[in-house]
Ligand binder design. Structure first.
Ligand code: PLP
Ligand code: FES
Length: 478
């Protein structure tokens, strides 16, 4: 019988009905389809949001945080508190101001060098490049614009290994990289390259000795991310850089979650290639860059062929509005670094303390080597997706688990040795420049109440309270 205590007991269908009865939502939605996949859950969420926004009643009005969550009628439905900063950040209004002029007067092609339309746009592009380089102490000539960190990572992994393939065909990366690095590495494996995927320890950190041992005479590239997007863990980038330089291997780091958020100096840290994403720093989406070191020079095969823009490494006309927005976002992260980090630190401490005060919760990833703006917590005996459904007033993610249409739990948490149940009960909280104290207070209160509420529904929780050892039970898979 215990074997059947699987997903059906935690059925989201039942949960939504119950949540509605408890008064978290005034609308009741009937689901006549079984809610099994993530797509079903999303649809159910959308239906519920629609029903709720059609309802005249607003729950628990009064507090500003709640107003923010439920009452702001933007015409796009209700707006939950935004705590999904690793997925993307809101555009800073100052960034938008910088971008608008490119949709009116400044429409010249930045690559046109025969007239003033081209020159004036090009000047703006180069100003942006300077701001972007400045954040990581790079030279302007070392910044190549791309469509985002996905493209930058592909360029680095595919471009470098293809260029050096005659003499070197080995790539080293880790198991907790973003999907775009893992998939680019896998693509190179399919092209015949030798790829090592390093393990991480229980804190999510790579072992430097293991890394050194993995380096071979044929190794051309080591790619280790700076800050993990799911758990916020910061890898020892400086030490990895030193190790790679000593062994004459190029070092690439995916800094999509790190750029502008932790101190990065490409020279001091011996970084040869570094990927950046504009929309993680309050800039526009669809924009990014790859830092490519000039001394010692890193060579790479372009993955896009064409007119030879961006030093021949990335052909195609640049999007000046996006470039300038990205540049302004970079200028702002540098200018406001101290204020931003102090703000994020303070709210992160408050949130972490508040969440870990709930019994049977734990922080995922190293508590010491982390970017504080990403807090990943496991709530034992509560299913992540049930909790997300009960937290419709807060925009959150359970890391990569819920971005997938399958019910496969996070590979990052797995790499840390977490079991399926723990991975499925984990939620990622992202704090940023515009997050407020009131929002964090509201989130702590809401999570505390709803975790308690969901546990009350959980037969597992009942068993825990009765003192049954859950490890002795054989579960059915899902
Ligand atoms: C660590 C990491 N790498 C790469 C990316 C991809 O960035 P972009 O959306 O700019 O392609 C992301 C964004 O989700 C990320 O978090
Ligand atoms: S699929 Fe969302 S938590 Fe498992």
């Amino acid at each position: 019988m215990l074997k059947s205590l699987g997903r059906s007991v935690f059925s989201t269908q039942r949960l939504v009905g119950t949540v509605a009865r408890r008064g978290y939502a005034t609308a009741k939605v009937a689901f006549d389809v079984p809610l099994e996949t993530h797509t079903d859950l999303q649809k159910a969420n959308e239906d519920l949001a629609q029903a709720r926004s059609n309802s005249a009643e607003v729950i628990e009005s009064g507090s500003t945080a709640l107003k923010h969550a439920y009452q702001e009628n933007t015409g796009f439905g209700t707006r939950p508190i935004y705590l999904d900063m690793q997925a993307t950040t809101p555009t800073d209004p100052r960034v938008l101001d910088t971008m608008l002029k490119f949709y009116t007067g400044l429409y010249g092609n930045p690559h046109s060098n025969t007239h003033s339309y081209g020159w004036e746009t090009n000047k703006e592009v180069e100003t942006a490049r300077k701001h972007i380089a400045g954040v990581i102490n790079a030279d302007v000539k070392e910044i190549v614009f791309t469509s985002g960190a996905t493209e930058s990572n592909n360029m680095a992994l595919k471009g470098v290994s293809r260029f050096y393939k005659k003499t070197k065909n080995h790539i080293i990366t880790t198991r907790t990289e973003h999907k775009c690095v893992l998939e680019a590495a896998r693509a190179m494996k399919n092209e015949g390259y030798d790829v090592t995927f390093l393990n991480v320890d229980e804190y999510g950190l790579v072992d430097l000795k293991e890394l050194e041992a993995a380096i071979k005479p044929t190794t051309c590239l080591v790619s280790v991310m700076a800050v993990n997007n799911e758990i916020g863990v910061m890898q020892p980038i400086k030490e990895i850089g030193a190790l790679c330089r000593k062994n004459k291997v190029f070092f690439h780091t995916d800094a999509a979650q790190a750029y502008g958020k932790i101190p990065l100096d490409v020279n001091e840290m011996n970084i040869d290639l570094l990927s950046i994403s504009s929309h993680k720093i309050y800039g526009p989406k669809g924009m990014g860059a790859l830092f490519v070191r000039r001394r010692p020079r890193v060579r790479l095969d372009p993955i896009i062929s064409g007119g030879g823009q961006e030093r021949g490494l990335r052909s195609g006309t640049l999007a000046p509005s996006l470039v300038a927005g990205f540049g302004e976002a970079a200028r702002l992260v540098k200018q406001e670094y101290e204020t931003d980090i102090a703000h994020v630190n303070r709210l992160s401490e408050k949130l972490t303390k508040g969440l870990l005060a709930i019994e049977h919760t734990s922080l995922n990833g190293s508590p010491d080597h982390r970017y504080p703006g990403c807090v990943n917590v496991s709530f034992a005996y509560v299913e992540g997706e049930s909790l997300l459904m009960a937290l419709r007033d807060i925009a959150l993610s359970s890391g990569s688990a819920c971005t997938s249409a399958s019910l496969e739990p996070s590979y990052v948490l797995h790499a840390l040795g977490k079991d399926d149940a723990m991975a499925h009960s984990s939620i990622r909280f992202g704090i940023g420049r515009f997050t407020t104290d009131e929002e964090i207070d509201y989130v702590i209160k809401a999570i505390t109440e709803r975790v308690e509420f969901l546990r009350e529904l959980s037969p597992l929780w009942e068993m825990v309270k009765e003192g049954i050892d859950l490890n002795s039970i054989e579960w059915s898979g899902h």
